[in-house]
Design a protein around this ligand. Sequence first.
Ligand SMILES: [Zn+2]
Ligand SMILES: [Zn+2]
Length: 309
Amino acid sequence: MGKILLYYKYTEIQYPKRILKWQKQICTDLNLKGRILIGKEGINGTVGGEDKAIERYMATMRKNEQFADIDFKLSDGDADYFPRMAIKVRDEICALGVDPEKLTVKDGGVHLEPEQVHELLSNKPDDLVILDARNNFESRIGTFTGSITPDISNFRDLPKFIDENPQLFENKQVLMHCTGGVRCERATAYLKTKDIAKEVFQVNGGIVRYTEAFPDGHFRGKNYVFDRRVAVRITDDVLSECDLCDTACDTYTNCVNMKCNAHYISCELCITKTKNTCSAACMELVASEKVPVRVPFATAPEQRVVAKK
Ligand SMILES: [Zn+2]
Ligand SMILES: [Zn+2]
């Protein structure tokens, strides 16, 4: 078992293509897999590999002055938790769909450390609003108690949600959170441009850092992640139901009909009954051999959050 790294850094990168070339070299040399996005506004990545390779990756990054202070979040895993190594140059390193020159992290909300987040959530002031900046399929299986969970399936739809629901934030202290913190950096800046909230905070290091510090804190259920683990269990609470039979369940699977590939929640019983398909229609198509079928999604064994200290 190796490690998975999650990190980002907003910093002005003059020549993203040079960083791209450099990253491709390192990742090839170290046999890493994952996804790295590079833009003029910074770098955002998640990579997996052997322990030594991950250590060397971090050491190499830290030697570069611009990336020396990156907060690397580590968890168990390896290169095979990702299908490939994808490194790309993009305008936005986390796509909110807003011009990165017009909306920068400099105008983002105040960063709160896990301890400060915990205190705020424990004190629960009347004017506090918790906003989950993630997608519906993520917040469905786990979130902070009392969070507003927008029904969006893409981060690019968050600005529209904010535009359409200003009353939720009017004169409130808003605490925004996401998986590792990268999405909140510019999403809090976006909310601030509306000038409706009393104060805008973001969870530094996101759900990952908060739950490491407070595994039995205010977050319930599972933290969704974008690799073969799919989610990391934080508490035993099951917030969602099986999409097929409605029993309490928070395990995602993918329909084996490759043309469908629905990502849905299914209990063991329904997986067996439907032969790992999402519907009667897909089960019929698969049985008729009219569609390409893939091997059932091999999720990594369930992990539980590892408390720090
Ligand atoms: Zn079921
Ligand atoms: Zn299907």
